[in-house]
Design a binder for this molecule. Structure first.
Ligand code: PSU
Ligand code: MN
Length: 297
């Protein structure tokens, strides 16, 4: 029996991991190539190196090249791969778009300590007919990777997500914020364990905390003020998007992409524009942090 091939490590200096579920399932396909290019440019401009993570024909790759990424974006029905079904994709030789959880697992395997994304998964509100807690939360507790994120969308239960992170011993820190942000909105009712206003001090905390615990850190970076969506529109759009998804037969890991797709439509692109803006901002902050960490893992 052939063994499962090892993860391909194509990381450069001061790597910043990026996930592919965001590109393949989180935004319309035609927006993905430009966003991927922009994120790479932003990361390089800030003195770091992008490392896009994904599964191509059963090979886990940290540092996809343009052809591999293009293949993932173009292929129909690329599975959304979290830690639970990662091995299925590897063993079966399929493509896979990695979520926060599987991206963390693969990044940690090759010593990458910083990962920039949009939103993390969390505790669902019971919308999907069953208990649904993202595998991102356990991954945050299992791998020494700092995840730069604009928080948790309020299609999830933000306070419950915050509590589970605490139970799992994952520190939540805010960059120039006291609040765990709610993705399109800068604030939520949930707080952070510490606020940092200075990137150097934050990077120094991250470096020592990752080494001390072997667990992850959630780095909250609220959506830029100029891109924030007003709360009234957001709640109206979310209600419509959720009711549309409820009429379809969607469950499990298909719920988030389905709601996101409906939101982009209901808001006539406003949620998509906000989503792109916050991911760019997270890539910039992730790169600044990575550039301040010593090279060796
Ligand atoms: N939140 C977003 N956009 C996304 C995701 C979350 O705003 O694209 C993706 C991320 O890849 C995250 C995953 O890791 O969804 C969580 O999915 P689930 O709830 O099935 O664990
Ligand atoms: Mn789930």
């Amino acid at each position: 029996m052939p063994g499962t091939p090892r993860t391909i490590n194509r990381t450069g200096e001061h790597p910043v991991a990026l996930e592919t579920t965001l590109l393949v399932h989180g935004i319309p396909r035609d927006s993905a190539p430009a966003l991927a290019r922009e994120l790479g440019d932003i990361i390089r401009e800030h003195g770091a190196t992008p490392a896009m993570v994904g599964i191509v024909s059963g090979r886990a790759i940290v540092g996809l090249n343009d052809d591999e990424l293009g293949a993932l974006i173009a292929a129909p029905d690329v599975p959304k791969v979290n830690r639970a079904n990662l091995g299925v994709a590897l063993h079966g030789g399929s493509h896979g778009a990695t979520t926060v959880s599987s991206t963390m697992e693969l990044a940690a395997e090759v010593g990458v300590r910083v990962f920039a994304t949009g939103g993390i998964g969390g505790v669902h509100k019971g919308f999907a007919r069953a208990l649904d807690i993202s595998s991102d939360l356990l991954a945050l507790s299992g791998f020494p990777v700092a995840v730069v994120t604009s928080g948790v969308k309020s299609l999830l239960d933000i306070c419950a997500t915050r509590e589970v992170l605490e139970t799992l011993a994952v520190p939540v820190i805010g960059f120039r914020t006291d609040s765990l942000p709610a993705f399109y909105l800068r604030d939520s009712e949930a707080g952070v364990d510490a606020r940092f206003d200075d990137v150097e001090r934050m990077a120094s905390f991250i470096e020592s905390e990752l080494a001390r615990t072997g667990r992850g850190v959630v780095v909250c970076n609220p959506i830029p003020e100029s891109d924030e969506i007003d709360a009234t529109s957001w709640h109206a759009w979310l209600e419509t998007a959720e009711s549309r998804v409820r009429e379809r037969d969607v469950s499990g890991r298909d719920v988030t992409p389905a709601v996101l797709g409906e939101l982009h439509e209901v808001s006539r692109g406003a949620t998509l524009r906000a989503n792109l803006a916050l991911v760019r901002s997270n890539a910039a902050l992730g790169a600044k942090i990575a550039s301040l960490l010593p090279h060796s893992a």
